[in-house]
Design a protein around this ligand. Structure first.
Ligand SMILES: [Zn+2]
Length: 110
């Protein structure tokens, strides 16, 4: 049986506050994500436990990686403040050529 735990999700750099149900974050844990490249603590997952345990996990920030929170949270449990952000991040490979079709960006086509 899968147990879900609601957490408040803070992304200070993006001025985003929302909530989501965690898949691997226990309810006693307040998880903070830091970027192994720049050291920025870019995400906080806060539970409402009275005596929480604080844990820090390395995960690249949006500048140095994908910056998704979906490793720890269900997409369908994210609140409306966070959902558009995650959907855009999932589409990032498609947007990485600035929306131009492949043929328009390739110079090797005959
Ligand atoms: Zn970084």
């Amino acid at each position: 049986m899968k147990v879900k735990h609601s957490h408040t999700i803070l992304l200070p750099q993006e001025n985003l506050v929302g909530s989501g149900e965690a898949t691997i974050v226990a309810p006693v844990t307040q998880l903070h994500l830091y970027c192994p490249v720049c050291g920025e603590v870019w995400a906080h997952f806060l539970s409402n436990h009275p005596t929480p345990r604080h844990a820090y996990h390395p995960l690249p920030c949006r500048t140095h990686g994908n910056g998704t929170v979906l490793l720890h949270f269900h997409l369908d449990s994210l609140s409306s403040q966070l959902l558009p952000r995650e959907v855009i991040l999932r589409r990032q490979p498609l947007l990485s050529n600035y929306g131009l079709p492949y043929a328009a960006t390739s110079t090797n086509e005959p």
